[in-house]
Design a protein around this ligand. Structure first.
Ligand code: MRU
Length: 355
């Protein structure tokens, strides 16, 4: 893929400088700044503050983070190294609660650590670096594959609606929900994309509108409360979003506002697709009830982005960052191994084991 935005790597390792290089997503679209983070505290803070965000990108950052943290260890034996690894792992795991890719990536790094137990400390550190690199490289392929499967559901000229940002910068490359849009762009599909601004942190306005515009995609920004109107006008033929965690029954956590869109899509008879790598499916969670929802600071609603406060001082504000879309509202879940359809309990379990 040759679009300039697809060439951006939002999460990279600079092993020589012992640094994680992150595109600071809080500064977009006004500034394109790459941060050089060398401590696990800085990496934790970058995840917490959404400098790196989007489920797959958080997982990749955490994998590099646990490698860099363990690399700094002075351990002489496996058990000392393992103790230092665990401390970094637990710390990074506390940065955000909803995107399961964070825990998935950290657990995968732990598996690799254990697998290398008989090796020297230096060899184990090298293996951890290789594992983190693999997670990033695999994500590129996975996202491309999600794009191909999702594109098979769409037709040229369609209007598509998306929420939050599930694009290149939320992954290693291509994105999940935006991957079919990039692939379609290359194949002349001429999609018209509507990007919800995505209150309160405006990932749709700041990130999705920026990404798609940079790539030359026809994108129109709307406020979240305009989605029903645009659907009623007949301008949307499919809704595509990413997600942060899918329960075994297909209930899906994604950016706050997603479940409302799914309700609207059902009302207007518009297909509603979730795009997700299999690493985002948490078979330990039976239903959406088991998915922890991140609560963030009220100021993100009342003051962030405003020159003056836009709510009375000290007003109570409730700021859940995600919501759960009921599996019954989801037309299909697009993964790298194919598309799961209801009943999700069976179709997701099948895709998990498929070669
Ligand atoms: O709070 P954020 O910006 O990390 O929320 C991100 C989302 O909700 C995305 O839709 C999701 O992580 C999918 S990214 C491919």
């Amino acid at each position: 893929m040759t679009t300039p935005v697809a060439a951006i790597q939002s999460v990279q390792l600079d092993d020589e400088q012992n640094a994680l290089i992150l595109l600071d997503q809080t500064l977009l679209p006004n500034e394109k700044v790459f941060l050089q983070l060398t401590t696990v505290e800085e990496i934790w803070d970058a995840i917490y503050r959404l400098k790196v965000r989007g489920a797959p990108a958080i997982g990749i950052a955490a994998a590099y983070g646990v490698y860099l943290g363990t690399k700094q260890s002075n351990a002489a034996t496996f058990s000392e190294l393992s103790a230092d690894f665990q401390a970094v792992k637990q710390y990074l795991a506390s940065s955000r609660p909803t995107a399961v890719n964070l825990f998935w990536a950290l657990n995968r790094m732990e598996e690799r650590l254990k697998k290398e137990a008989e090796k020297s400390v230096q060899e184990i550190k090298d293996a951890l670096r290789d594992e983190a690199e693999s997670i990033r490289l695999e994500d590129e392929k996975i996202c491309y594959s999600i794009g191909e499967h999702a594109l098979s559901l769409l037709q040229p000229g369609w209007g598509l609606l998306t929420h939050c940002n599930a694009g290149t910068i939320a992954t290693a490359k291509y994105g999940t929900a935006l991957a079919p849009i990039y692939l379609g762009q290359e194949q002349g599909y001429d999609f018209q994309v509507f990007a919800d601004e995505t209150r309160p942190l405006l990932q749709g306005a700041r990130l999705t509108a920026w990404e798609l515009q940079e790539a030359g995609v026809d994108v129109t920004l709307i406020c979240d409360n305009m989605a029903s109107h645009v659907m009623k006008e007949g301008k949307v033929q499919a809704v595509l979003t990413g997600c942060d965690r899918v329960a075994a029954n297909g209930d899906t956590a994604n950016k706050i506002g997603t479940s409302g869109l799914a309700v609207l899509a059902k009302h207007y008879g518009i297909p509603f697709y979730i795009c997700a790598p299999l690493s985002t499916i948490d078979f330990e969670c039976k239903t959406g009830e088991d998915i922890p929802i991140e609560l963030r600071k009220p100021e993100e609603i009342t003051t962030t982005w405003y020159e003056k406060p836009m709510a009375p001082e000290n007003v109570k504000a409730y700021n859940p960052a995600f919501d759960i879309t009921d599996h019954e509202l989801i037309t299909g879940i697009v993964t790298e191994k194919g598309i799961a359809y209801p009943p999700y309990q069976e179709s997701l379990a099948y895709l998990r084991t498929k070669d």
